[in-house]
Design a protein around this ligand. Structure first.
Ligand code: NAI
Ligand code: CS2
Length: 492
């Protein structure tokens, strides 16, 4: 079978220039999804292009992705990243992956033993926000989560990422091996701290000695990760195949921009990712907050209101002057004031660059994709700034409109009466609430009282209820496009 590993590829495709046989699996990555392929694996690859390092990655997907891992194996664990700018596309074959492991294709035991191998120094993760099994509003481990309850009963055969990490650390502890660093690369505010608290709480439920060992020896650096990587489509794969001269089912397209800020806190060493452009800093939190609120907050705003307004992609929303202005205002008027950035950070330049990135017409980033899992995203993307505005008595109409857009979206019915395919771990609970109220503003206080998303403090606040109700009513009366246009100074 012709694959990228055994075929002469088109000229212009950049190939690994290092000897892949020198690589050793020092990183086990959980979540071989779209993002990791175009971000951490690519940074590792670029670092390998420039140094004599031997850091290689074993790819694991705990949920689904059997076909992807099977395809990856067929092509000697190489795959393609296409960086698509507005005008040109750069195509790179990535060689940093040494092997892969999958609970269904191999076994749960095989994944655990891989994580327990002595030379493994980092377990990294892109498992989506819901993969942490924490309460979205508080960031604390949700002990009522079915996966967690099950894993606490059968810790030797886990299903959740936390269960795998704790069992693998237990084996390392028992065997007198060094711990590994747990590095979250998910879009979660203080992702390292959230991962640490969840792992420690899980371990505490099982074994107090193990809990103490993890608390003392394992590190959980926070990371700010950024690169827009839409899910691959058949069209993207066809386009990349033409550029390559060969099919690659594991290929992924992304924007040219990428950023990675990492807290330099590794228990057992780390690669020189800085050689490839990553920044190691002492405190990542301000960068995480900036990115989550300004980029992701406005992304979610555009996703809900864009979908309702009939825009399929983020770049389509950017062709509408009202949405463009509202996104810019959301960044600078609603989100930026809540940030506490190091001196010299230019948030206006950052916002301008974000609008340019969102406008990239080559990236087909669906509003529907970003709208997914809103219950896990809204608290960190909008909740903190909302608290800031309540405390300062300032205008939070952009955030109220974003939340109202989410509420209108999770009703499951669009502005033309068509069904919306709402994907969210809390979809059923949200849908039940929406069904009780129909498309009526009375749904606003009902949804605001879901404490796992809004907490009591926000959900019961009369100003929040008023502002979100006003925006929701406007969506019912005038639709998303007019509501968004009015936010930026137009008329409703
Ligand atoms: P994806 O859907 O392509 O991949 C998700 C991966 O997570 C899959 O490997 C899946 O097996 C795994 N997964 C899903 N649910 C899980 C669970 N409950 N427990 C353990 N593993 C689970 O998504 P993609 O695009 O790779 O994004 C993943 C995460 O990466 C996002 O949720 C976000 O936190 C972060 N991210 C994504 C960016 C993007 O533009 N795609 C950019 C920055 C961060
Ligand atoms: C998006 C992010 O899907 C989403 O929720 O907002 O994945 C976004 O593309 C990335 O965070 C960009 O770095």
């Amino acid at each position: 079978m012709k694959t990228i590993a055994n075929t002469q590829l088109n000229s212009g495709v950049s190939l690994p220039e290092y000897d892949r046989s020198r690589l050793v699996t020092r990183i086990v990555h959980l979540g071989f999804g779209a993002f990791h392929r175009a971000h951490q694996a690519l940074f590792t690859h670029e670092m390998l292009q420039k140094t004599a390092s031997d850091w290689g990655i074993c790819e694991v997907s705990l949920f689904t992705s059997e076909d992807l891992i099977t395809a990856l194996r067929r092509q000697d664990h190489c795959y393609t990243v296409a960086e698509k700018g507005a005008e040109e596309t750069v195509v790179k074959v990535i060689g940093a992956v040494t092997e892969s492991c999958h609970p269904k294709l191999d076994s749960i035991e095989a994944v655990l033993e891989k994580m327990a191998e002595p030379q493994v120094a980092i377990v990294s993760m892109t498992i989506t926000e819901k993969g942490y099994c924490v309460d979205p509003a508080t960031g604390q481990l949700d002990l009522t989560h079915p996966l967690i309850q099950q894993d606490l009963q059968t810790p030797h055969a886990p299903k959740s990422a936390l269960g795998y990490i704790v069992e693998a650390l237990k084996r390392r502890h028992e065997r007198g091996l060094q711990p590994f660093t747990v590095m979250s690369c998910d879009n979660i505010q203080e992702n390292g701290h959230v991962a640490r608290a969840a792992v420690l709480e899980f371990a505490r439920q099982l074994d107090s000695q193990l809990h103490r060992w993890i608390e003392t020896h394992v590190t959980f650096p926070c990371t700010m990760v950024d690169r827009i990587v839409p899910a691959a489509t058949l069209d993207t794969l066809d386009e990349i195949a033409t550029l390559l001269g060969c099919d690659d089912p594991c290929a992924i397209a992304c924007e040219p921009f990428s950023q990675w800020v990492i807290e330099d806190n590794f228990a057992a060493g780390r690669p020189e990712w800085d050689v490839a452009g990553a920044e190691f800093v002492d405190d990542v939190v301000p960068y995480e907050e900036m990115k989550l609120r300004m980029l992701n907050g406005s992304h979610s705003f555009l996703a809900y209101l864009g979908y309702l307004g009939g825009y399929e992609h983020i770049s389509d929303t950017m062709t509408d002057a009202g949405y463009r202005q509202a996104a810019f205002d959301m960044m600078l008027k609603a989100q930026a004031p809540s940030l506490n950035m190091p001196q010299g950070t230019d948030l206006t330049a950052y916002a301008t660059q974000l609008i340019e990135r969102f406008s990239n017409p080559s990236l087909k980033h669906r509003t529907w994709q970003i709208a997914m899992d809103g219950s896990q995203k809204i608290p960190q993307r909008m909740g903190h700034s909302l608290k800031y505005h309540l405390a300062h008595g300032s205008d939070f109409s952009w955030i109220a409109t974003g939340i109202a857009g989410w509420m209108r979206y999770v009703s499951g019915i669009d502005e033309h009466g068509n069904e919306i395919d709402v994907r969210d771990p809390m979809a059923k609970q949200l849908r039940d609430i929406c069904d009780q109220h129909g498309l009526n503003v009375s749904v606003v206080p009902a949804l605001l009282s879901v404490e796992a998303i809004f907490s009591r403090e926000l959900g019961q606040n009369p100003q929040v209820i008023d502002a979100v109700s006003h925006a929701y009513q406007s969506l019912l009366d005038h639709g998303a496009r007019a509501t968004v246009a009015a936010l930026s100074g137009g008329t409703q």
